[in-house]
Design a protein around this ligand. Sequence first.
Ligand SMILES: NC(=O)c1ccc[n+]([C@@H]2O[C@H](COP(=O)([O-])OP(=O)(O)OC[C@H]3O[C@@H](n4cnc5c(N)ncnc54)[C@H](O)[C@@H]3O)[C@@H](O)[C@H]2O)c1
Length: 252
Amino acid sequence: MMEFNDQKVAIVTGANKGLGLAIAKNFVNEGKKTVFVIRNKENLEQTKQLFQKEAEQDQVMFCQLDVSDIDGIQEVVSHILSKWGRIDILVNNAGIRFETPIEEIHEEEWDHVLSVNLKSTFFFSQAVIPAMKERKWGRIINMSSFGGQAGPLTSGAHYSASKAGQIALSKAFARSLAAYGITVNAVAPASVRTPEMDKMDPDKLAQMIETIPLKRVGEPQEVADLVSYLASESGGFTTGATFDLNGGRLMR
Ligand SMILES: NC(=O)c1ccc[n+]([C@@H]2O[C@H](COP(=O)([O-])OP(=O)(O)OC[C@H]3O[C@@H](n4cnc5c(N)ncnc54)[C@H](O)[C@@H]3O)[C@@H](O)[C@H]2O)c1
């Protein structure tokens, strides 16, 4: 029987800018109830301003959270469930990247990168499983990177390891959750436009673009549209996969 109210609830971490904002905007435009997980208060308030109409309609929720805070993750998940009663989609998008050379990576920076990029992916996914299992439907999408597949172009080894770890976690969760109608996939972008890229020296940017077979950078909307597909009903036969979005940098 068709459910009367099938408005899905989607969580996007790091949803105040870049890929996370584009992904969350898509979900809002698709009519999903969307939770914006944002680390700092100022960014949260700025992002809220963009969705005032949707806030009045109870279609968006804003949660302040540093995703490396595991207790905080559980609190956010409990809050969403108490308010909206379900969680259908999780996009583990929040991430940090440093270009520190191998010889200069100290333990504190290693732990920080692995904690924000990888540990949060594990514990946020773990926290939403019971709600997804209950409805026998779920979508988890992990924002990995080309750096996790082929080794980093400019990023540090810790970033690369964390992104490779996200691909492994996607497969582990995919196998374990397939029987419950929950799919888990990774997206591996490279050279997709972010506000930082617009601040780059134009000559350096042009040189970088020259190394991309499609001779352009990617757009956040292109990543968001792929994530929307993976989060949709149509994406239901795809799990444990890694989707390349890199202008042809890596062909496999
Ligand atoms: N843009 C690209 O070409 C590209 C390439 C490969 C991978 N990625 C991945 O895509 C994701 C989004 O990247 P982006 O390009 O939009 O970068 P970005 O730096 O613009 O966005 C990262 C987001 O994560 C948030 N964040 C960082 N640490 C956090 C924490 N501790 N708690 C909560 N939020 C936190 C930031 O506030 C920001 O909103 C990242 O995981 C990144 O590694 C992007």
